[in-house]
Write a protein that binds this ligand. Structure first.
Ligand code: AMP
Length: 174
């Protein structure tokens, strides 16, 4: 995991002053890094009867699609408002400044489906928590949440205490 961590670039003050942006594009650019990341994300969830992998826009998509292929499941996008063409269900959630919303196609998942939730990074946990609520509202069971990076000091894990959560790499600080 130290090798994966070394492939993640930190950009200070992006997108605003004070944020240490953990840039995974450098990890995705590395063929072995990309492959090892997807395999490590898949490992705890093999043979767990997962029906679908749900990825959160937009960096979650990059990981969720190959993870779905690896686990032999379908892929479901969870998107920012107004992007999905079909009928949607949505959930509002609070950000540090203001509100945001996530949407899913209302016919993409069904009651009782076992779903694995994927994003690139867990910060405060608000985004993942909102995505989980949306999927649970349909009546699905969340088998787990998986991210590459966990910003441990922001304690997002506490918001997701109801679900198994796996992260590959931890960073201290915000
Ligand atoms: P949160 O809802 O606070 O857990 O934020 C998670 C979402 O914001 C993820 O989709 C990340 O892609 C993005 N994000 C938040 N903080 C950072 C950061 N320091 N570096 C890169 N992405 C971040």
């Amino acid at each position: 995991m130290d090798e994966l961590k070394a492939l993640i670039r930190t950009i200070p003050d992006f997108p605003q002053p004070g944020i240490q942006f953990r840039d995974l594009t450098t990890l995705f650019l590395d063929p072995r890094g990309l492959r090892d990341t997807v395999m490590a994300m898949a490992e705890p969830y093999r043979n767990r009867s997962i029906d679908n992998v749900a990825g959160i826009e937009s960096r979650g998509f990059i990981l969720a699609a190959p993870l779905a292929v690896e686990l032999g499941t379908g892929f479901v996008p969870i998107r920012k408002p107004g992007k999905l063409p079909g009928k949607t269900l949505g959930v509002e959630y609070t950000l540090e400044y203001g509100e945001d919303r996530l949407e899913i196609h209302s016919d993409a998942l069904h009651q009782g489906d076992r779903v694995l939730m994927v994003d690139d990074l867990l910060a405060t946990g608000g985004t993942m928590q909102a995505a989980c609520k949306l999927v649970e509202r349909i009546g699905c069971e969340i088998v787990g949440c998986v991210v590459v990076v966990e910003l441990v000091d922001l304690k997002g894990r506490a918001k997701l205490a109801r679900y198994p959560l796996t992260s590959l790499v931890e960073f201290e600080g915000e």
